[in-house]
Design a protein around this ligand. Structure first.
Ligand code: PHE
Ligand code: ZN
Length: 889
């Protein structure tokens, strides 16, 4: 049941507030759980050893939802109906002694659970397996409990099930015994010595295969690593197993963190609302982030598996050993852990490329969130539905905040600080303040000014203006910050903004940096900290006007506004030693060119500078970083460009971006593109080392650009590439080009061949759906309708929903934002159906409407009326209602 108004609509305005936080009045000293598992009906026995925090106990209120109560016992005595009170979401017991044992028996129904939180069935009733998902508040769907992250306790778990139907039984912690029961049932027991909150509990039961490998931690513990998947997929776990070992070594070396149980399980499921889950000792993964092999997985897919494996593993310390006091502190574990996984991936591959990808993701996903109606601080002050706060702001912006803190204190102090944090808070639930205090103490720096970054929503705009004074040989840089109001935060404060910079002479040299008042220059790159609304920085001994390279490595998550002549940007694009800023100079040029194209200019200097500089780089045969070149050859994503014009018409934004790409392809030239494609194609052998991956990345980009200037030749190449592809990266790159530029016969033929080859592989079929849903054009909506009607489509599988509807609404901007509103109507109808099954996935999908208020008036009105219709849908879940109502506020 949901909380509802008198008229039956949910009331997401019932808000939980950070300022209301109170420690729990009761502790749970230990918990024993016994599951009698079956698909239709599972019985859960729980024994809680309860202790009141005060000598005069207050009533105990346990969380629970959808539980069929069988019996309750207090200190062994059965409680009659007068001994307790069951409310919609709570069980209340009064007059308890300060210390007591509460036993409950409840029935739950896994097979009927389509929301995929709590205990549910993955796959079919005949062959699927049972598993749990408890973050954030799934445990209350399993048993009565204090389902909050600051209640930590030791778990002892027994699983019982039919031995033939559920041969594998897993729960977090160490295995302590197993055996047979009557009637073909068996049991297995697990004990977790580490106290944990309920959201980290997990179990898995069913027919699964195992890929296993021993591992010795740096501190000498023998661990068994077990990766579990259904029989047809176990062969695709080898890459993840290697990645797991790399992640474990990396955390030992980089953070001094060792694994702490005898066994570490990772299980793959195709039915999952999110990416993966860090349950203690029993990670559960969306198969998309665990299964990988060359025939089915792209190079990006491999990197994503490695990154998510790292992410969930790193949570064992940043999240599990030290957890969050309350859900407002979510970024304490998520922002920190994203920062850790980004650093891991950068160390495994390329620092500059990883930084480029992460900033591109931040701009594509988080900046629009920060600029729209759903904007919220990295540490929100209130929420109606916590599941709607697993956002790019909490994750990606949160990681940027940790990155700033790490840069502020320097690597040695950062390591001392994280050591202190883990030691001080081990086995307990912490806050953002706790982390900043530990980092600050280790570095002897007061980091409290950075707390403002956690409390304030919106992306700050950092404006930079500079001028050179030849007479005094001074260069003056004036920095100013401004953050626009966001919902609920009209007044914004100044934030400490670290600005890493270098100054370039016209010949490409970096200049020594001496600030006014300093005796000597301090290197050629340094970090200025803007702490006020505005400040001036004066550099001495500067003979001629230099070219500033600002915010190097993206030293703060801000929007830099600095007008620069195209020639200066082109110089940075060619010469900047900071790979990130080199790319950034190109993005800046492309954005300037986009503005001009969008405004209808016939010719513009930024475009000429952009295509000219890229043309020069492209021609440089000694330009060795093929992957960086591929990134340089791509203009900013649509969702970034949309923010540059307001209000915007998606067709006009799309058209202007196409003009950019077309101009770039023309500048590079069909023959140069063809030649480069041929050379890269000849070098391709299906290898998986970094140079091979980089070649494929560039080859894909070259093929796309080539198709813009010589479609017949590029299509012929794409057809051959599709037919002979050694792996998924190559096959998919070709397929995309064929779908965009090929005729109907070509499109049909390739899609049919692709399906014939991969029809039995759900993850590849997700790709088959997604590549069609993303193609722009007048018939795009018909394509989406056909995909929805396909026998392989189902609203019950979140990956499939994201592949079709997520791709359509987020990547296919012109189709979703069709001028007649048909795109909105389609999404709303699907959301209404999906919400009945899976409110979390529906709420996530509905966020595609974000930014509707900045559309041109006609679409804006249409989007609003469809959102209002959605808001008025009877029986909307709290998840979806929260998103829709905040979007409309
Ligand atoms: N905690 C998971 C992660 O980021 C995400 C998640 C949240 C998964 C909620 C499931 C449910 O690693
Ligand atoms: Zn996480």
């Amino acid at each position: 049941m949901l909380q509802r108004d008198a008229d039956g609509t949910p009331t997401p305005d019932l808000k939980i507030r950070l300022s209301d936080y109170q420690p729990s009045a009761w502790r749970i000293a230990s918990v024993e759980l016994v599951f009698d598992l079956d698909i239709a009906s599972t019985e859960v026995y729980a024994r809680l050893e309860l202790e009141s925090a005060s000598a005069t106990p207050t009533p105990l209120r346990l969380d629970g939802e959808g539980l069929e109560l069988i019996e309750l016992r207090l200190n062994g005595k059965r409680l009659g109906p007068l001994g307790y009170r069951v409310e919609a979401h709570a069980l209340e017991l009064s007059d308890l002694p300060a210390s007591c044992a509460l036993e409950s028996r409840v029935r739950i129904r896994p097979q009927a659970n389509t929301a995929l939180e709590g205990l549910y069935l993955s796959g079919s009733a005949e062959r699927g397996f049972l598993l749990t998902q408890c973050e954030a508040q799934g445990f209350r769907h399993i048993t009565w409990f204090l389902d909050r992250p600051d209640v930590l306790t030791r778990y002892s778990v027994e699983l019982r099930a039919d031995a033939a139907r559920f041969p594998v039984l897993l729960a977090g912690g160490n295995a302590v015994g197993s055996g047979m029961l009557a009637e073909g049932r068996h049991w297995a027991r697990f004990e977790d010595p580490h106290p944990k909150p309920s959201y980290l509990f997990a179990l898995v039961a069913g027919r699964l295969e195992c890929l296993s490998q021993p591992y010795i931690t740096a501190d000498g513990r023998a661990v068994t690593l077990n990766l579990w998947a259904e029989a047809d997929a176990i062969g695709q776990c080898h890459y993840a197993l290697g990645a797991l070992q790399r992640a474990m070594r990396w955390d030992e070396r980089s953070y001094g963190r060792n694994y702490d149980l005898d066994v570490f399980h990772v299980v793959a499921t195709h039915d999952f609302n999110m990416g993966a889950m860090e349950n203690k000792g029993l990670n559960i993964f969306n198969a998309k982030y665990l299964l990988a092999d060359a025939d089915t997985t792209t190079d990006e897919g491999f990197r994503a598996v490695e990154g998510v494996i790292g992410h969930e593993y790193f949570h064992n310390w940043s999240g599990n050993r030290v957890t969050c006091r309350d859900w407002f502190q979510l970024s304490l574990k998520e922002g920190f852990t994203v920062f850790r996984d980004q650093s891991f991936s950068a160390d495994m591959h390329s620092q500059a490329l990883k930084r480029i990808e992460d900033v591109a993701t931040l701009r594509r996903m988080q900046f629009p969130e920060d600029a729209g109606p759903l904007a919220h601080p990295v540490r929100p002050a209130e929420y109606a539905e916590i599941n709607n706060f697993y956002t790019a702001t909490v994750y990606e912006k949160g990681a940027e905040l940790i990155r700033m803190l790490a840069a502020r204190v320097g690597p040695q102090a950062f390591r001392r600080g994280t050591d202190l944090y883990f030691a001080r808070h081990d086995g307990s639930a912490a806050t953002v303040e706790d982390l900043l205090a530990a980092l600050g103490e280790a570095a002897a720096v007061d980091l409290t000014p950075y707390l403002a970054w956690y409390a304030q929503a919106g992306t700050p705009r950092l404006s930079a203006r500079c001028h050179h004074e030849p007479a005094t040989r001074r260069y003056v840089l004036r920095l100013a910050q401004h953050t626009a109001p966001t919902p609920g935060q009209a007044v914004k404060h100044t934030l400490p903004i670290p600005v890493k910079l270098a100054l370039f002479a016209r010949d490409g040299r970096m200049l020594p940096l001496r600030l006014a008042g300093e005796a000597d220059a301090v290197g050629v790159e340094r970090v200025l900290e803007l702490t006020d609304a505005a400040a001036e920085f004066v550099f001495e001994d500067i003979d001629e006007a230099p070219i500033p390279s600002l915010l190097r490595g993206f030293s703060a998550p801000v929007i830099l506004e600095c007008a620069m002549p195209p020639g200066d940007l082109a110089l940075l694009l060619q010469h900047d030693a900071d790979g990130f800023n080199r790319w950034e100079a190109g993005q800046h040029l492309a954005s300037d060119a986009f503005r001009a194209a969008h405004a209808g200019a016939a010719q513009y200097a930024a475009l000429a500078a952009w295509t000219g500089a890229l043309g020069a780089l492209f021609a440089q045969t000694d330009f060795s970083d093929a992957a960086l070149l591929a990134e340089l050859l791509a203009p900013p994503a649509i969702s970034e460009l949309e923010a540059l014009v307001e209000p915007h018409d998606p067709d006009a934004v799309d058209a202007a971006r196409r003009r950019l790409e077309q101009a770039l392809a023309q500048a590079l030239g069909a023959s140069a593109l063809a030649a480069r494609y041929t050379a890269l194609h000849a070098a391709e052998q299906g290898a998986h080392d970094a140079p091979a991956q980089a070649r494929r990345r560039l080859k894909r980009r070259v093929l796309e650009l080539w198709a813009l200037v010589d479609a017949p030749a590029a299509l012929a190449a794409a057809e051959a590439q599709f037919a002979q592809a050694a792996g998924m990266s190559e096959r998919l790159a070709a397929l995309r080009v064929l779908l965009r530029h090929g005729d109907a016969g070509m499109r049909h033929g390739t899609l049919t061949a692709f399906r014939a080859r991969h029809g039995q592989q759900p993850l590849v079929m997700d790709t088959w759906f997604a590549v069609q849903a993303e193609v722009a054009g007048v018939d795009a909506l018909d394509t989406v309708r056909a995909l929805l009607a396909d026998a392989a489509f189902t609203l019950r599988n979140p990956n499939r929903v994201r592949a079709v509807l997520g791709t359509f609404a987020r990547q296919n901007r012109t189709a979703f934002h069709r001028a007649d509103g048909a795109g909105y109507a389609l999404l709303v109808a699907q959301l209404q159906a999906l919400d009945q099954l899976n409110p979390q996935t529906a709420a996530a999908l509905a966020q595609a409407f974000n930014g509707w208020a900045r559309l041109e008036p006609k679409r804006r009105a249409l989007a609003e009326s469809h959102l209002r219709a959605l808001a008025a849908t009877p029986g909307l879940s709290r998840n979806l209602a929260d998103i829709v109502q905040r979007s409309l506020a």
